[in-house]
Design a protein around this ligand. Structure first.
Ligand code: GAP
Length: 513
């Protein structure tokens, strides 16, 4: 646990020190769970967004993008169910006066059971060596089975209680499990209450006429209310999707873990409209497709797993998370939800406008069903960043801190370094920058010894360092150093563009899907 915490602390401090993420309004001591993206962070974030957009919109003929406003008519949130049901169950500890999400306390308890299972697996793997069969072990070992069954039973009971609004039972479960406050260590809990997560604001000049608005808590509703507009103007035929990326806001009770849970964050969502009755098939298809997208980035198959929901949101008939192994354990990275026809039907009811699709093949009107994929851009940033940050011990005994970002996502693709600041080398290097900057985000650095400059670029995840040396004057070649292997090769200056492009192209990376 301590090791995990140390690793996470390193992630947070590296993000600040190397210009990726700053606390918002830091000179005023910051604002809880609100963050700013710095010069390198903004590039990484943009590259993740583009990687998603390419895969979801550009490569799918039947998916188009939109960019809807953050402010929406207040009835949207009544229709979507957010006014009545977008709540978190909260509980206070009377001794520490700290507030918690009751469901998170229970989930953390279950995560501890999972950790115990992992410990048993590791112990057994050590004991049995090569003959160890993990699958057989976890399905037959009595202790593992009992941890697993206990965890499942707890989550099932919690899901049911939350669904039935039985908050007294949620509290009873916390008491039965003897969950203590992580700060005071006491079991002195208040009752569980519901807390709406939407931020309210006002539109209009005078207090009397002002209209109460909400900052959108999800981007999805901007897609639903534009369903007919897009379908008609784009002459879209079902099945088809509408995608968008943009800010969302939630008044999170427990906002911690850096950019994992923020009050202002960005989502990348896609609503896929399908024939009623086919939603299950599409749900499975999108689960698989989205996992492949993640795996295409090469961050380790073992770092992902599906978590199927017992506790369903008010709009869903099936839902699963793609969980990622963050430095603090497996947590939700993306959600895939089968949202039925809940949203479109509800907007039809509340707006009084007919929202139906005419299926020419079936010769009938119907309300399409929706399968949604929804991922937090900031959470994806944290997944990529924390997975990439590594400390390596080199052959000569020294260590290097390296950010092994997938090159397609790296903020700076190449750094151009003159070996010395004289003999015409800076001029050649600057000339290379002038040519490459049309294609890629590149940096020029002439300060300090070249070894230190390599380390600086390693720390921000630059996949290629191009060094101009005295041989360049003779044969027009430079060295290209690969961040991960630290291997160096000589290449002709005129080949640089194609060498880099081949490595970082969306096609190369997304073709792995
Ligand atoms: N439209 C469906 C929806 O919003 P969600 O599971 O509430 O579903 C989807 O959110 C994704 O948005 C999550 O998987 C997560 O990646 C991201 N997300 C949600 N709340 C967040 C927060 N407070 N901070 C950062 N990301 C968040």
């Amino acid at each position: 646990m301590a090791k995990q915490e140390d690793q996470f602390k390193k992630v947070v401090s590296h993000a600040k020190e190397y210009g990726f993420v700053f606390q918002s309004s830091e000179i005023y001591d910051g604002l809880g769970a609100v963050y700013d993206y710095a010069q390198n962070g903004v590039e990484l974030k943009k590259n993740i967004r583009e990687y998603w957009w390419k895969a979801m919109v550009q490569l799918n003929e039947n998916i188009v993008g939109i960019d809807s406003a953050i402010f929406m008519h207040p009835t949207v949130w009544k229709a979507s169910g957010h006014v009545d049901a977008f709540n978190d169950p909260l509980i206070d500890n009377k001794d520490s006066k700290k507030r918690y999400r009751a469901d998170v306390l229970i989930e953390d308890y279950v995560a501890k059971l999972d950790a115990k299972i992992e410990k048993e697996v590791k112990k057994a793997a050590k004991r049995f060596g090569d003959s160890f069969n993990k699958n057989e072990f976890i399905t037959t070992n009595a202790r593992v089975i009992s941890y697993k069954e206990k965890g499942e039973a707890i989550l099932k009971r919690m899901g049911k209680s939350l669904e039935n609004e039985d908050l007294a039972d949620v509290k009873a479960l916390i008491e039965e499990l003897e969950i203590v406050c992580p700060v005071s260590g006491s079991k002195n809990w208040t009752d569980v209450k519901q807390f709406n997560l939407m931020f309210g604001t006002k539109l209009g000049a005078s207090a009397d006429s002002a209209m109460d608005l909400y900052l959108r808590p999800e981007t999805a509703q901007g897609i639903f209310v534009n369903f007919l507009n897009v379908q008609k103007t784009g002459r879209m035929k079902i099945p088809f999707g509408i995608a968008q990326t943009g800010k969302a806001f939630r008044n999170e009770i427990v906002a911690r873990q850096f950019i994992f849970r923020m009050r202002e964050f960005e989502q990348m969502e896609m609503q896929f409209f399908v024939r009623p009755g086919t939603q299950k098939e599409w749900y499975e298809k999108w689960k698989e497709t989205r996992l492949k997208w993640h795996l295409s980035l090469g961050m380790g198959e073992e770092n992902y797993r599906f978590h199927n929901h017992d506790k369903l949101a008010h709009y869903a008939d099936a839902a699963a998370d793609i969980e990622f192994k963050f430095p603090f354990g497996f947590k939700e990275l993306e959600g895939i939800h089968s949202r039925t026809d809940f949203d479109l039907s509800s907007h039809e009811k509340f707006s009084g406008k007919k929202i139906k699709y005419f299926d020419t093949e079936l010769n009938e009107h119907y309300t399409p069903y929706v399968v949604e994929t929804s991922i937090g851009l900031d959470r994806m940033f944290l997944a990529v960043f924390s997975n990439a940050l590594q400390e390596e011990t080199l052959e000569n005994g020294t260590t290097r801190t390296v950010l092994k970002l997938p090159s397609v996502l790296a903020p700076v693709k190449a750094a151009i370094l003159p070996l010395v600041k004289k003999d015409g080398l800076p001029e050649i290097a600057k000339n290379i920058v002038s040519n490459l900057k049309w294609e890629f985000n590149v940096a020029y650095d002439e300060k300090d010894a070249v070894g230190r400059r390599y380390r600086r670029q390693d720390a921000v995840g630059t996949p290629f360092c191009i060094t101009v040396d005295h041989d360049t004057l003779k044969d027009n070649t430079v060295t290209i150093r690969y961040r991960d292997s630290m291997e160096q090769k000589r290449v002709k200056i005129e080949e640089l563009q194609s060498v880099i492009k081949k490595e970082i192209s969306h096609k190369k990376w997304l073709m792995r899907m």
